[in-house]
Design a binder for this molecule. Structure first.
Ligand code: FAD
Length: 595
C-alpha cells in the first residue's frame, strides 16, 4: 500500500491518532544485516506506518539496499519505502531498481538526487542520468504511472548546498521552497524532512510550504541524539542549527554516553510533543539502526506500549501489494511464517490463495532457504539444543524446557520464545512433552474473548475471537496407537498422523478444511484466518521431519552419538495434528491422561 494512503487512512480518523515510521541504513557486514533484521522484527510489532531503507551514498549499497527492501516488505511484512538516488545512476539502472522493487510488491520510493560520491565535492550528473530529484520524480510518474507512492526530501533550514555561515539567505530559502513545490507538482505525495533540532524552524517551514500551496503531508525527521561525537558529525555534515540550550545541556555530559542518550530521549520527546501540539500527526524517526532511543521516545509520547501490542490477524499480515488481502493460512507454519511466505510466493490468487479452489496452487518445493538461520539464532540454538543426548528422555526434556520458557529457541520456530497464548497452557504442554508427545505447535481453546485481549486477541478492539484447542507433536508409534484408541471414544477430536515415510492415519477426509481460529467484528463478515487441512499438513510434514536433521542433529559433530538418537526418532516417530472441535466444553489435555 502507498504510504500516503496509510497516512490518510490513519489521520482521517478523528481520534488524534499519531503515526510513526523508522528509517534504517544497510549495515556493512553480514552479521550487521542479521542483527538489523532481528532489531527490525522487535520494532515492527509496534506497527510503524512504514519503514525505510537508505540508498548508500553514490549508490554504494545498491544491491544490498534492494535485497534488504525486499526482505523488509516480504519477510518482515512491514510497509517498506526504498530510497533511490541519482548519483552514478544512468536511467537504465534507475529502471532496473524500480522494476525490481515493483516485482517484489514494494510500492514506495523516496526519490532523491543524492550526495556526491565519496571524495567529491559537487554532485555531477552522470551521463544518461538525472540532475536532480525533480527529474527522478517526473521519470517515475511518466514510466510507472500511479503504481509508486513517491516521497521527497524537504529541508526546513534550506538544503546544505545553499547554507552559508550557518544560514540560507532568504532568497535561497525561497528558491528551495519553490523547487520543493515543483517536486510535489511533478507527483510526490509525501515530504520527509531533513533532521533538525530547532522545532520552531520546522514549524515555520511547514507554514511556509502551506503558504505556497504545498498541501501534502510534511513528516518531521527526528534523529535522537545517541552519542555526542556522532551528533556533532551529523549536524556538521547537514549544517543543522543547534540551539544554544542543547549545546549547554550536552557540554557537561558529553563524555558520558548513557547521560547523552538519556538527554537525547528527553529532547526527542519534547520536540515531538511540540510538533504534535501543533496538529501534526506523523513522526519519522532516524533510528541509525538502533532501537532503544526511538522506542523510548514513542513510549514517552504514549504512542506505543508493550502491553498494547496488537495483531491485525493471528499471523503478521503481509505488506506486499500482491498479497495484502491474504486472509487465511494453515496453522502448521505458525512458528515459521517466513518459510510459509517463501513456499507460497507463486500464489497469485490472494485473498483466497489456494483456499478458494484447493486444487489450484501448490506449495513451492522445500529448499535450503527453509533451513537457513541468522547467525545469532544459530548460536542460541547451539547453546540450548546441542546438549548430550544419551536416551530418548533427554530429547523429551529439551522440548519440555522450551514449553516452560526455560529455553528461548527451538529448531521448529523462527520466533523469539513462545507466543503469548502458549503461556496459558505451558504447564500442560510441559507435562505431555515429558511423556513423549513432543509438541511443536499449539493453541488453547478460546470462546468469545474480546479481540483486544493481550494474549489471544487479534483484529483490533470491538470484536470477539474464538479458537479450537490445537496440538501438533511428534510421538512414537505406540503412543500414537494409544491416542487413536482414545480418540475413538471422543468424537469431538479430529486427528491426522503421518510418519517420515508417508504412512498415514486419520479420522478426517483428505479434502476436509477445519477452521480453527475465527473472529466476529462489527459490520464485517466472519474472519477465519487459520485452518487445519490434510493437503497442507502433508506438505508441512516433510519440512517438520527434515528439521530433526537439518535443524537439530546438524548442531553436533559428525560422530556424536546424540546425532544417531535424533535420526532414530526422525525415522520412527509420527507427526500428529490434533484438534478438539468442542471449543466450549472440550479439554484437549485430558486425552493424554493414562497414556
Ligand atoms: P534535490 O531535491 O534535487 O535538491 C538538491 C538541491 O538542489 C536543493 O537545494 C534544490 O533546491 C536544488 N535544486 C536542484 N535542482 C534544482 C532546480 N532545477 N532548480 C532550483 N533548485 C534546484 N542521500 C543518499 O545518498 N542516500 C539516501 O538514502 C538519502 N536519504 C535521504 C533522506 C532524507 C529524508 C533526506 C532529507 C536526505 C537524504 N539523503 C540521502 C541526502 C540527499 O541525497 C542530499 O541532501 C542531496 O544533496 C539532495 O537530495 P535531494 O533529493 O534533496 O535533491
Amino acid at each position: 500500500m502507498k504510504v500516503i494512503e496509510k497516512i490518510r487512512e490513519a489521520t482521517a480518523a478523528n481520534d488524534d491518532r499519531v503515526v510513526f515510521s523508522f528509517e534504517f541504513f544497510p549495515p556493512r557486514t553480514e552479521d550487521g544485516v542479521e542483527n538489523l533484521f532481528e532489531r527490525m522484527e522487535r520494532m515492527v510489532v509496534h506497527n510503524p506506518t512504514f519503514c525505510d531503507i537508505t540508498w548508500g551514498a553514490g549508490g554504494s549499497t545498491a544491491d544490498l539496499t534492494l535485497e534488504i527492501a525486499n526482505r523488509m516488505q516480504n519477510m518482515v511484512c512491514v510497509e517498506t519505502m526504498m530510497h533511490l538516488t541519482c548519483t552514478n545512476m544512468p536511467v537504465e539502472e534507475i529502471d532496473n531498481a524500480l522494476t525490481t522493487i515493483k516485482s517484489k510488491g514494494i510500492q514506495n520510493v523516496l526519490a532523491l538526487r543524492g550526495d556526491p560520491p565519496h571524495g567529491q565535492d559537487k554532485f555531477v550528473q552522470v551521463e544518461g542520468g538525472f540532475a536532480c530529484a525533480l527529474d527522478l520524480v517526473k521519470h517515475i510518474r511518466s514510466q510507472y504511472g500511479d503504481y509508486f507512492g513517491i516521497t521527497v526530501a524537504g529541508y526546513p533550514e534550506g538544503h546544505p548546498d545553499v547554507i552559508q555561515d550557518g544560514v540560507a539567505s532568504a532568497e535561497a530559502y525561497q528558491n528551495d521552497l519553490a523547487y520543493l513545490k515543483r517536486k510535489v507538482d511533478a507527483g510526490a505525495d509525501v515530504i520527509v524532512t531533513q533532521l533538525f533540532y530547532d522545532t520552531d524552524i520546522f514549524l515555520k517551514f511547514v507554514n511556509d510550504c502551506r503558504q505556497i500551496g504545498i498541501t501534502i503531508p510534511i513528516v518531521p525527521g527526528i534523529m535522537p541524539i545517541n552519542n555526542y561525537r556522532g551528533f556533532i558529525r551529523m549536524t556538521g555534515f547537514c549544517k543543522t542549527k543547534i540551539p544554544d540550550e542543547i549545546m549547554d545541556a550536552l557540554e557537561p555530559i558529553k563524555e558520558n554516553e548513557d547521560a547523552v542518550r538519556a538527554y537525547g530521549i528527553h529532547l526527542g520527546t519534547e520536540m515531538c510533543k511540540k510538533i504534535m501540539a501543533s496538529g501534526i500527526k506523523t513522526l519519522h524517526l532516524y533510528t541509525l539502526n538502533m532501537e532503544k532511543s526511538a522506542l523510548a521516545i514513542l513510549t514517552n509520547l504514549g504512542l506505543i506500549e508493550e502491553s498494547r501490542i496488537s495483531r491485525s490477524l493471528p499471523w503478521r499480515r503481509p505488506a506486499n501489494v500482491f498479497r495484502v488481502k491474504e486472509n487465511v493460512r494453515p496453522i502448521f507454519w505458525a512458528n515459521r511464517p517466513k518459510s510459509y511466505i517463501a513456499r507460497t510466493l507463486g500464489w497469485d490468487q490472494y485473498p483466497q490463495g489456494r483456499w478458494g479452489d484447493s486444487h489450484n496452487a501448490s506449495y513451492g518445493a522445500l529448499s535450503d532457504y527453509q533451513f537457513m538461520r541468522p547467525r545469532a539464532r544459530d548460536r542460541k540454538l547451539r547453546e540450548e539444543w546441542a546438549v548430550p543426548l544419551n536416551r530418548v528422555e533427554d530429547i523429551y526434556e529439551n522440548f519440555m524446557k522450551f514449553c516452560l520458557g526455560e529455553l528461548k529457541s527451538s529448531p521448529w520456530s523462527d520466533l523469539d520464545g513462545l507466543q503469548p497464548e502458549t503461556r496459558i497452557i505451558n504447564e500442560q504442554l510441559g507435562s505431555i512433552n515429558l511423556k513423549g508427545f513432543l509438541t511443536i505447535n499449539s493453541q488453547p481453546s478460546v470462546s468469545g474473548v474480546q479481540s483486544d485481549s493481550p494474549s489471544v486477541g487479534w483484529g483490533g478492539p470491538g470484536g470477539y475471537v474464538y479458537q479450537k484447542a490445537y496440538l501438533e507433536f511428534f510421538c512414537s508409534p505406540d503412543k500414537l496407537n494409544a491416542l487413536v484408541d482414545k480418540c475413538k471414544q471422543l468424537p469431538r477430536l479430529t486427528y491426522m498422523a503421518v510418519n517420515k515415510q508417508g504412512s498415514w492415519t486419520s479420522n478426517v477426509n483428505k479434502t476436509d478444511v477445519n477452521a480453527v481460529t475465527w473472529g466476529v467484528f462489527p459490520a464485517k463478515e466472519i474472519i477465519q484466518p487459520t485452518v487445519v487441512d490434510p493437503e497442507s499438513f502433508l506438505v508441512w510434514k516433510d519440512e517438520a521431519f527434515e528439521i530433526w536433521s537439518r535443524g537439530w542433529a546438524k548442531l553436533y559433530p559428525e560422530t556424536d552419538p546424540s546425532k544417531k538418537l535424533l535420526e532414530e526418532v526422525e525415522s520412527s516417530y509420527y507427526l500428529v495434528s490434533l484438534v478438539d472441535n468442542d471449543y466450549i466444553n472440550g479439554d484437549l489435555f485430558s486425552v493424554f491422561k493414562d497414556i
